[in-house]
Write a protein that binds this ligand. Structure first.
Ligand code: FAS
Ligand code: PHB
Length: 388
């Protein structure tokens, strides 16, 4: 088989890239190791920057987003006795949209199916060959049959545990990592959201976040030790702890109910440079991971895909310049979003091993945020998404 672009990974990065390339007449194929049901069962991000929303509309998958997404003008930061409303719209003129990553992925799959895009599910033993040469190819097996795809370019969209990043020689790669000493216990419950916007809470017992998927589906998180397992937490224990970490006036309005999903995700900051090697280009979690505190993971995947799709389209029109600068362009935005995600995590989580001084720094930061329009504008412009 031959395709112009072979995309490894059928998550948001790979699917959105495939769709944008196909709309430009470029022949792309997606190789996904899991079944579609498995991919669609993953509960992940919920906050979409305007840039991602615009890209989804450009790809022809904005209809359900516009009909069902919740536009949020701001968010609440409640910590150290302060409750600060960050008014995105007033401070930046921009907003964010609440629309689950699961729905984004579903919309992308549906549109790719409608256009007849080639997608291989349960693609196993994927291996990249001659990625640094002029004739790269990818081999894989599916249901016991061996396949080979010859292509012009390989897009590594296979997430943190994928094969693509590891295909770049260790002598070429430079990796930066910071692992946080806690995880996020997340639950999904068919209950009314706590508040009309998201509430980020910092408490001496730990961080909490009250988010949502729609008017009848809430997504809440608690900072927990890395040694905890989801089964260690009954629903009642979760709700009681969430109440303890919220400001009393909000805790009193919390509606509880049975969890329909419960999981713990570790938190790390990770960036691998460069994001390209020969004919291989990385996008999304394959190249970087951010702690979800700043709601940047999915949104960084989107800006990578924005840069890479335009670079490949320009290449097929005869201009290689954007492909040559892709890694530097994408990393410039990745580092700034990583800084923001790291700073939000530092401000709102409990770091027991770091003692009283950090707690006083956290308190001072929230006090400054409460009293400074400049500080609120800084948080707002990072949260709604820096320009592409
Ligand atoms: P993905 O990991 O989504 O997709 C990669 C795909 O490649 C997967 O489907 C995988 O099966 C496939 N794959 C892997 N190896 C392969 C191989 N060898 N061959 C073929 N296919 C292969 N972001 C937020 O903004 N907010 C959040 O709250 C949030 N919560 C998260 C919770 C968890 C548990 C995780 C893991 C991430 C979370 N994220 C969150 C970040 C997340 O949303 C990612 O940024 C987003 O999924 C990135 O999309 P992709 O780059 O497509 O990577
Ligand atoms: C979510 O709704 O899953 C969510 C929202 C904001 C975050 C992280 C996760 O910062």
């Amino acid at each position: 088989m031959r395709h112009q672009v072979c995309i490894i990974g059928g998550g948001p990065s790979g699917l959105l890239l495939s769709l944008l390339l196909r709309r430009a007449g470029i022949d792309a194929v997606v190789l996904e190791q899991r079944t579609r049901d498995y991919v669609l069962a993953r509960i992940r991000a919920g906050v979409l920057e305007q840039g991602l929303c615009d890209l989804l509309r450009e790809a022809g998958v904005g209809k359900r987003l516009d009909a069902e997404g919740f536009v949020h003008d701001g968010t609440i930061i409640a910590a150290h006795g302060q409750k600060v409303h960050i008014d995105f719209r007033a401070l930046t003129g921009k907003t964010v949209t609440i629309y689950g990553q699961t729905e984004v992925t579903r919309d992308l799959y549906d549109e790719l199916d409608r256009t007849g895009a080639p997608i291989f599910h349960e693609a196993e033993e994927v291996a990249l060959h001659d990625a640094d040469g002029d004739a790269p190819y990818v081999t894989f097996t599916q249901h016991g049959r061996n396949h080979r795809i010859d292509c012009d370019y390989i897009a590594g969209c296979d997430g943190f545990h994928g094969i693509s990043r590891r295909t770049i020689p260790e002598t070429v790669r430079r990796e930066y990592e910071h692992v946080y000493p806690f995880g996020w216990l997340g639950i999904l419950s068919e209950t009314r959201p706590l508040y009309r916007e998201l509430v980020y809470a910092g408490h001496e017992r730990g961080f909490a976040l009250c988010s949502m998927r729609n008017a009848h589906l809430s997504r809440h998180y608690l900072q927990v030790p890395l040694t905890d397992k989801p089964q260690d937490w009954s629903d009642d224990a979760f709700w009681a702890e969430l109440r303890r970490r919220l400001p009393p006036d909000l805790a009193d309005t919390l509606v509880t109910g049975p969890s329909v999903e419960k999981s713990i995700a570790p938190l790390r900051s990770f960036i691998s440079e460069p994001m390209s090697w020969g004919r291989l280009y990385l996008a999304g979690d394959a190249a970087h991971i951010v702690p979800p505190t700043g709601a940047k993971g999915l949104n960084l995947a989107a800006s990578d895909v924005y840069y890479l799709s335009r670079a490949m389209i320009a290449r097929y029109a005869g201009d290689e310049g954007l492909l040559k600068s892709y890694s530097a362009t994408a990393l410039a935005r990745v580092w700034k979003a990583s800084r923001f995600s790291w700073s939000m995590t530092r401000m709102l989580h409990d770091f027991p091993a770091e003692g009283d001084f950090l707690q006083r720094m956290q308190r001072a930061e929230v006090d400054y945020l409460a009293g400074s329009k400049a500080a609120q504008t800084t948080l707002a412009e990072n949260y709604v998404g820096l320009p592409y």
